[in-house]
Design a protein around this ligand. Structure first.
Ligand code: NAD
Ligand code: IPM
Ligand code: MN
Length: 342
């Protein structure tokens, strides 16, 4: 029996609903594969912020530092500005634990969408920075400045990670850029990509401006396999590609520290979806697919493959679909179907 301790942060809105669904599925997988997962649940959320003035305790990272993995639902709720809730919880975990890879596979599950790609998103620097500020507030000259930060080691390690993945997946790498308009950071990104690719004869590189890439991805997603992108571009591309595959409710994500110095964090791509929260209709597939990535990371490829096959079989052999995919099934119906398919 293998055992692992997972820190669970359900968060807000449908984050709580999809976490509950995922735990039910993981319990069933654990029974089949002799994996004992124990969960420590943390109530870090906007509700906590409104009651106590902080999304998580000051020593929050220390409380989850020694867990084998972190599973997070989604963060963000009414009454707390989004930049306050996200910079109070999600982003400090990604940065504090050096989870510099955000891995986001996107695939059509019912065989009707010709899309099968992985977005490798830089996860700790780039356009998401605290450097900048507001000036001349209350005057007509009021302004806001937000700096982007691209470091040589930061870009190099994400590009190398994407190259490793591209080599394993057949050798096609696309780099998302915008070096025609963003004249300092993006040419620097391109230069490092070119240097690193030069050492990988098995990989063919394609560089695409982010705007054109978005259009091509919608029109003909089969052209793309591994896409490496900066923090913001990777964020946008992953929702776009997930929608091409059917719904952002399907998309999984893993925030990985490949050095294993810190725990990695697993969370679906989507947010807390306040517009549907509390109605029992959230699609749990993104979160459950995310759990397959966590099982892989914990060293259980068979259990992971078994769960992925169960998810796929629901899409190929049943018509159980949540409303985001045009169906009438609730979160619990979809969860039950996946457990039955295991
Ligand atoms: P969102 O992903 O929450 O929702 C966008 C749209 O997709 C909504 O119409 C929603 O109903 C739908 N949707 C999302 N997930 C779904 C699912 N599993 N099943 C069915 N439909 C689903 O994005 P948003 O509206 O931009 O953000 C809402 C809140 O979530 C904000 O506070 C935002 O900051 C936060 N957010 C958090 C995370 C995270 O914690 N990782 C990610 C994205 C957004
Ligand atoms: C995501 C989310 C977050 C991000 C937000 C909520 C800060 O959109 O995980 O994709 O941009 O990283
Ligand atoms: Mn996003």
């Amino acid at each position: 029996m293998h055992s692992h301790r997972i820190a669970v942060i359900p968060g807000d809105g449908i984050g709580v609903e999809v976490c509950g669904a995922t735990r039910a599925v993981l319990d069933a997988v654990g029974r089949r594969h002799a994996i004992a997962l124990t969960y420590d649940e943390f109530d870090w959320s906007c509700a906590r912020y409104l009651a106590e003035g902080a999304m998580m305790p000051a020593n929050g990272l220390d409380l989850i530092r020694h867990h084998d993995a972190i599973f997070l639902g989604a963060v963000g709720g009414p009454g707390v500005p989004d930049h306050v809730s996200l910079w109070g919880l999600l982003i400090p975990i990604r940065r504090g634990f050096q989870q510099f890879v955000n891995l986001r596979p996107i695939r059509g599950l019912d065989g009707r969408q010709a899309i099968d790609l992985v977005v490798v998103r830089e996860n700790v620097e780039g356009e998401y920075s605290e450097i900048g500020g507001r000036l001349y507030q209350g005057t007509p000259a009021e302004m806001a400045v937000q700096e982007s930060v691209f470091t040589r080691p930061g870009v190099t390690r994400i590009v190398d990670y994407a190259l490793d993945l591209a080599e394993r997946r057949g050798g096609r790498l696309t780099s998302a850029t915008k070096s025609n308009g963003i004249i300092h950071t993006m040419p620097f990104w391109d230069e490092i990509v070119a240097e690193r690719v030069a050492e990988r004869p098995a990989v063919t590189l394609r560089s695409e401006h982010i705007d054109a890439l978005c259009a091509k991805l919608v029109l003909d997603p089969a052209q793309f396999d591994v896409i490496v992108a900066s923090n913001l571009f990777g964020d946008i591309l992953s929702d776009l590609a997930a929608a091409v595959a059917g719904s952002i409710g399907l998309a999984p994500a893993a925030n990985i520290d490949p050095t294993h110095a810190y725990p990695s964090m697993f969370e679906p791509v989507h947010g807390s979806a306040p517009d549907i929260a509390g109605r029992g209709i959230a699609n749990p597939v993104g979160a459950i697919w995310t759990a397959t990535m966590m099982l892989d990371h914990l060293g259980h490829p068979e259990a992971s493959a078994n769960l992925m096959a169960a998810i796929e079989s629901v899409f190929t052999t049943t018509d159980v679909r949540t409303p985001d995919l045009g169906g009438k099934a609730g979160t619990e119906d979809m969860t039950r179907a996946i457990i039955e398919a295991l």
